[in-house]
Design a protein around this ligand. Structure first.
Ligand SMILES: Nc1nc2c(ncn2[C@@H]2O[C@H](COP(=O)(O)OP(=O)(O)OP(=O)(O)O)[C@@H](O)[C@H]2O)c(=O)[nH]1
Ligand SMILES: [Mg+2]
Length: 349
């Protein structure tokens, strides 16, 4: 089972109360105050774990509580700090407030560790309230409360390239011939039920990640078929590959439907850099004129035609996009320094 959406409850620990106590010893009649502070409550911490591919583990455990801090003790002893609760999530998990929908954390990096809520502070013991005028204070403060919140966890796969296409277009087949991933391939629609990610080497020491999702059909954005619930997994890709079976009745129409579905789901997805790839060229090789459509590659994964050049083109495009992003980032950071005013000659009053 593949789970990419769950709701959980978390609570950070309450701080321990401060203690009221007086020093007792044989022959010492009136000992001074010696009540220690309470310990801090444990934090709610999120940590990414590369070994996890989905949120399935949360199907059974949905409530996560950090430990409370312990109460302070006599002899001015501090209460023990409550243990943190560390919640492990797959890379790509977004954490939102379930009520407001506000994005609280985006866990995008391997080994990323974030404290979402601190535990409550520890209360003060009566030792803290001693003074020249009050040598036997009975005051103390309570520990601070923990934070309790209902959260929504949503996994959005992070990959460089996303594959979109009708069921049976050959998405999984392509991924299986260019990466070590072994998604199920079969001659019926909706073979792929869960997203797969494969690492595709394209030059020496260079590779990109490609995500294969279940096939889309017309009306997918309204929830038809399986595609819609998985479209979120191509939201965070940089490049889209539209895969269309060239032996199908009307490839141009299929491409149109795909573009329309993405547009309806999220317009920015439809504007993302993309390549149009016609698949199964070994079955038919129609003339460009007959195809009446613009496309970038005509490939056959089975006969290994044009697959290698497709892969290197993807690598090139990603590198170019990377350079462009870096250039823009540099330009943006240059801008933070206020530019000198240009003297444009006499100003008109
Ligand atoms: N002749 C030929 N058949 C292919 C080629 N690529 C894929 N196929 C076949 O097309 C069928 C569907 O392939 P898949 O890779 O499972 O298609 P998919 O797009 O992943 O399908 P879903 O997971 O259902 O969305 C399988 O029978 C493949 O063997 C190709 O290049 N040539
Ligand atoms: Mg598939």
């Amino acid at each position: 089972m593949f789970i990419d959406h769950v709701e959980i409850e978390v609570r950070s620990g309450k701080g321990g109360d401060g203690c009221v106590s007086f020093h007792r010893e044989k022959y010492v009649r009136k000992g001074g105050p010696d009540g220690g502070d309470g310990g801090r409550g444990g934090d709610v911490v999120f940590l990414t774990d590369a070994g996890r591919g989905n949120l399935l583990d949360f199907k059974w455990s949905r409530s996560f509580e950090a430990e409370n801090g312990q109460q302070g003790k006599g002899r001015n002893m501090k209460g023990r700090r409550g243990k943190d609760i560390v919640i492990k999530v797959p890379v790509g998990t977004q954490i939102r407030d379930a009520e407001s929908g506000e994005l609280l954390l985006d866990m995008v990096a391997e080994g990323q560790r974030e404290v979402l809520f601190n535990g409550g502070h520890g209360g003060k013991g009566n030792y803290r309230f001693r003074s020249s005028t009050n040598q036997a204070p009975r005051e103390f403060t309570e520990g601070g409360p923990g934070h309790e919140r209902r959260l929504q966890l949503e996994l959005k796969i992070l990959a460089d390239v996303g594959l979109v296409g009708f069921p049976n277009a050959g998405k999984s087949t392509l991924l299986s011939v260019i990466s070590a991933a072994r998604p199920k391939v079969a001659d019926y629609p909706f073979t792929t039920l869960v997203p797969n990610v494969g690492i595709v080497p394209y030059a020496q020491y260079k590779s990109f990640a490609m995500a294969d999702i279940p096939g889309l059909i017309e009306g997918a954005h309204e929830g038809k078929g399986l595609g819609h619930q998985f479209l979120r997994h191509v939201e965070r890709t940089r490049l889209l590959l539209y895969l269309v079976d060239v032996s199908s009745e009307d490839p141009a129409e299929e491409l149109e439907v795909l573009r329309r579905e993405l547009q309806a789901y999220a317009p920015e997805l439809a504007r993302r850099p993309s390549l149009v790839v016609l698949t199964k060229a070994d079955i038919t090789t129609p003339s460009r004129r007959k195809l009446k459509m613009e496309y970038d590659f005509l490939i056959s994964s089975v006969a290994n035609r044009r697959v290698k050049s497709l892969v290197s083109r993807i690598g090139e495009m990603l590198e170019r996009m990377q350079l462009e992003e870096e250039r823009q980032e540099r330009a943006a950071s240059d801008y933070e320094v206020p530019p000198h005013r240009l003297d444009l000659g006499d100003a008109e009053d």
